[in-house]
Design a protein around this ligand. Structure first.
Ligand code: GLY
Length: 332
């Protein structure tokens, strides 16, 4: 019997009534009454985009398993990816823009709808932690560029050159080969890390961080630092994050859309699929345009969906530590 079926069966047995009572008390605004009544909440749990999510989830789990908060978990988790110099699309070692500058975007959101973000920040290894400081220590939601950098320095963050020799070499080759070539996202190097966690209290937080589109125009900001686009959390409903072509995600307020669809009763998978379908509908040419959404609802149910094949995500909870392939709309 699968774990899911086992849990369902158990819930219907001796503990069923009690469980149904507890579950509905925790979820006053139920996503799907039928599921809620019989399915125990999976918590704590952490999910994050792409293969780099496995290592990130491990760091997040160290906090969650000790009854730490989802907020601490999602910050600690993605910091691992931000410091991974081998990862070419997040933080240190991230691909630069077409002028050779590594510019980073990040945001964080907690279970009280508080949020913070930084965009187009340079020379700071952990934009996610700066975003958290914006959330907790300023009256603002987003700081950008030099303002974000100055704020980070004032809070004790160190200046660090994030352009690794390897990333610089690739950038120089790209410039030599064809400076006007359109960079492809997600084809070789995985994109943004988005992370969502539910802690033992049942509270959800999320984080999102990236160096964005490789060889982008200087000054370009994607979806990742934009609350509602790259990330959105509503603790009454669930959370969602996005990866892939940020411009397309922004155009449909992607992550907020996924959360609102879950509020209307869609499962995380269905909500992500509907958001992807909306992106496809709103673009005259969808060729090569990859976007993936990842979501969790208040029952700890998880889902993802992408435009093209290949999007995967990492999941860690009390019984699971694995990569999952998201369903998708079309083959490349
Ligand atoms: N999703 C990352 C970006 O477009 O910058």
């Amino acid at each position: 019997m699968s774990r899911r079926n086992f849990l369902k069966t158990s819930a219907l047995g001796v503990g069923g009534l009690l469980l149904a009572k507890c579950t509905s008390a925790i979820n006053k605004k139920t996503i799907n009454p039928e599921i809620t009544a019989i399915t125990p909440i999976t918590k704590p749990i952490v999910i994050s985009t792409w293969n780099h999510g496995l290592a990130a989830n491990k760091a997040a789990w160290e906090i969650l398993e000790k009854d730490g908060t989802a907020l601490d978990a999602v910050e600690a988790g993605v910091r691992v990816t931000e410091s991974d110099a081998n990862n070419r699309s997040v933080g240190l070692g991230g691909n630069p823009d077409r002028e050779g500058k590594v510019t980073l975007d990040a945001c964080i959101m907690n279970h009280e709808n508080e949020c913070g973000a930084v965009a187009f920040i340079q020379d700071i290894e952990h934009p996610i932690s700066v975003a958290r400081k914006v959330m907790e220590e300023t009256p603002h939601v987003m700081l950008v560029g030099k303002g974000a950098y100055d704020f980070a320095i004032s809070k004790g963050f160190e200046h660090k050159d994030l352009l690794t020799p390897e990333a610089k070499e690739s950038w120089l080759k790209w410039k030599e080969s064809d400076a006007q070539k359109k960079p492809e996202i997600n084809s070789e190097n995985h994109d943004t890390i988005g992370m969502l966690a539910m802690d033992a209290e049942g509270n959800i937080s999320g984080s999102c961080t990236t160096s964005g589109w490789a060889y982008k125009l200087h000054g370009r900001v994607g979806d990742s630092p934009i609350i509602g686009a790259g990330l959105f959390v509503d603790n009454e409903v669930g959370g969602a994050c996005a990866t892939g072509m940020g411009e397309a995600v922004i155009r449909i307020a992607g992550s907020a859309t996924v959360v609102e669809l879950m509020r209307q009763g869609k499962s995380p998978n269905e909500a992500c699929q509907l958001a992807v379908e909306r992106i496809i509908k709103k673009h005259k040419d969808i060729k090569g345009l990859q976007v993936g959404f990842l979501a969790i609802n208040k029952n700890g149910e998880v889902g993802g969906y992408s435009v093209y094949a290949g999007f995967n995500y990492a999941q860690k909870d009390n019984t699971t530590e694995e990569m999952k392939d998201a369903p998708y709309e079309m083959e490349w």
